[in-house]
Design a protein around this ligand. Structure first.
Ligand SMILES: Nc1nc2c(ncn2[C@@H]2O[C@H](COP(=O)(O)OP(=O)(O)OP(=O)(O)O)[C@@H](O)[C@H]2O)c(=O)[nH]1
Length: 580
């Protein structure tokens, strides 16, 4: 159908819409988006701009454009004639304005000057050439409000002025000017395909309303509405944030072994050969070795003075006592040890011959450790400790000390266990690995020494594992590992049920009589009494953390923090070696 025929069709309203505004605000793109449904990529849009040199009537160009010029708005059939114009202020546009039904006045939301010119230049010009035509204000290039301007500037044609973030106008600015001029306001984006239909449908409405005033007999115009408000633009969702979830700790049995290298929540320092420190966890040691279990449950504060004397035994007496330990009941051994100790001291004094009564002391366990049953701690009062040479051949002493946490570097109360000098670091590490994982590497070099330490620590399964390896029956060790986990699960459950090694503060009450030594801050508050009814827990925070006499419980780290490895349940009870 020829476009001119529209004029001859009754009830088809032909509307001439002139689009004006500053250079490069987006007039042509807006017209093309409506007339040709041209969808261009942002890159195509940004990289090209062909200035309009003459007003054109796009509808005469091709069939598709002609088809798209026809529309129905509020039940009125219209034929929309769009006129593009050049933005040059000095050029004459009077021919374009002639007989126009509506004027679409554009500015760019990224160009404040173009909005300024709306008031100072364009609106007066429109009112001059077509005073009766309704005007619609359009803020183009809306997408730039939400765009990455650096990327946009890079993509724009080389000579284009870069867009600055502070130049981007908020919608209020456009609305303000529109309100001032008494005209409707819309925003568009050719890139986001937003607002194009809004602009032209409402331009048509404005034109039809105006026409209805003049041609009041046209009854088919009675349903035409005033220009409608535009629905707000929903900005594109920002890309989802990149969240990197660290891998969960591996669920296999190797995981606890990592705690030896990376001693999270360590509460024990094992000292080998006076200088090598290995950080460990009471819960792993005690649930895998009954010897460690008894060690950590040992009452350090209630130690009788005999044991204090025990620390000053001569080495000969101690060695003799250790031999007896293997032959007699332990309480007999202790009697012997005490007798031997007093003899040894006397003997040493005589040897000195100078009347100086300096007992031949066993080699000092460390810097100031075991100078008595209770120790001066510069910060917080008394430290507690105990000589273990009479208790086990594997250990020399146990003591509470303020020590630096290996990971947080914060000072905290830890249990320092000095191992016997005969214990070699390499094999001892293999034993520790077993205590954490239930596994023993077949290729371990010093199997005999491992077996020896296992024997001292009463870890008989480990000793059996060594025997299996030596007998070329290492395959049987898998069963031992399985049994290890079953047993340990049971022990952990038991510990959890009883709160053993839980690191939880006990309810605090007034200090019982005769327990003044448990006032670590010397402030009259016992703070915590891990040695009263409950088990020993050197990691539990005491006076500095616990409000005295409040009964408050504070969580600490011992069990819950480190039990990441799976434990399996086994109903069988765990045999314990009684503490001598
Ligand atoms: N981001 C974005 N850029 C646009 C949009 N519309 C137009 N542009 C940009 O504006 C430039 C000019 O667009 P035109 O439509 O040619 O501008 P005009 O107002 O017709 O310019 P003259 O014909 O010179 O008056 C284009 O090259 C595009 O880079 C839009 O919706 N979004």
């Amino acid at each position: 159908m020829d476009s001119d025929m529209d004029y001859e069709r009754p009830n088809v309203e032909t509307i001439k819409c002139v689009v004006v505004g500053d250079n490069a605000v987006g007039k042509t793109r807006l017209i093309c988006a409506r007339a040709c449904n041209a969808t261009l990529t942002q890159y195509q849009l940004l990289a090209t701009h062909v200035p309009t040199v003459w007003a054109i009537d796009q509808y005469r160009v091709c069939q598709e454009v002609l088809e798209r010029s026809r529309d129905v708005v509020d039940d009125v059939s219209v034929s929309l004639r769009l006129w593009d114009t050049f933005g040059d202020h000095h050029k004459d546009r009077r021919f374009a304005y002639g007989r126009s039904d509506v004027v679409v006045l554009c500015f760019s939301i990224a160009n404040p000057n173009s909005l300024h010119h709306v008031k100072t230049m364009w609106y007066p010009e429109i009112k001059h050439f077509c005073p009766r035509a309704p005007v619609i204000l359009v803020g183009c290039q809306l997408d730039l409000r939400y765009a990455d301007l650096e990327a946009v500037n890079r993509a724009r044609r080389p000579l284009a002025r870069p867009i600055k973030p502070n130049e981007i106008l908020p919608p209020e600015k456009g609305r303000e000017v529109a309100k001032e001029l008494g005209i409707p306001y819309y925003e568009t984006s050719v890139v986001a395909q937003f607002g194009i239909k809004d602009v032209f449908d409402n331009a048509i409405r404005a034109a039809l309303i105006s026409r209805r005033h003049l041609q009041f007999w046209k009854s088919h115009l009675r349903n035409v509405q005033r220009p409608l408000l535009q629905a707000p633009f929903l900005p594109p969702k920002p890309p989802p944030p990149i969240i990197i979830v660290p891998d969960p700790p591996s669920n296999n049995e190797e995981h606890p072994a990592h705690l030896l290298e990376d001693p999270l929540c360590a509460d024990v320092i094992l000292v080998l050969q006076e200088k090598i420190k290995i950080y460990a966890h009471k819960i792993y040691l005690s649930t895998s070795s009954s010897k460690f279990y008894d060690l950590f449950l040992m009452d350090l504060s209630e130690e009788d003075q005999q044991s204090v004397a025990g620390h000053s035994f001569g080495s000969a007496a101690a060695a003799a006592a250790e031999r007896v330990l293997h032959q007699e009941e332990r309480h007999h051994a202790r009697d012997f040890l005490l007798r031997a100790a007093s003899f040894d001291i006397c003997e040493s004094a005589e040897e000195a011959g100078s009347g100086q009564r300096q007992p031949c002391l066993r080699a000092s366990t460390s810097d100031g450790i075991l100078r008595g049953n209770r120790y001066e701690n510069g910060e917080c009062g008394l430290r507690r400790g105990r000589d273990l040479s009479s208790w086990s051949r594997a250990f020399m002493s146990i003591q509470e000390e303020m020590a630096e946490d290996p990971l947080t570097y914060k000072s905290k109360l830890m249990v320092v266990v000095k191992m016997d000098a005969s214990i070699q670091p390499g094999p001892f590490r293999a034993v520790l690995k077993y205590l954490y994982t239930g596994e023993l590497d077949e290729k371990e070099r010093d199997l005999m020494h491992i077996a020896h330490i296992a024997e001292l620590l009463e870890v008989f399964d480990l000793r059996m594992m060594v025997a299996n390896i030596l007998n070329n029956e290492a395959f049987m060790n898998q069963e031992i590992t399985k049994a290890f986990h079953v047993r340990r699960t049971n022990r952990v459950k038991e510990c959890l049920a009883k709160g053993t090694f839980s690191g939880t503060l006990q309810p605090v009450g007034p200090a019982p009589r005769g327990r003044e030594g448990l006032d670590p801050c010397g402030d009259g508050h016992e703070g915590v009494d891990p040695h009263g009814d409950g088990p020993f827990d050197g990691s539990a925070a005491r006076c500095p953390l616990g409000p005295p006499h409040t009964g408050a419980k504070l969580p600490a780290t011992s069990i819950s923090g480190i039990l990441a490895a799976p434990f399996r349940f086994h109903p069988k009870a765990w045999p314990r070696v009684p503490v001598p």
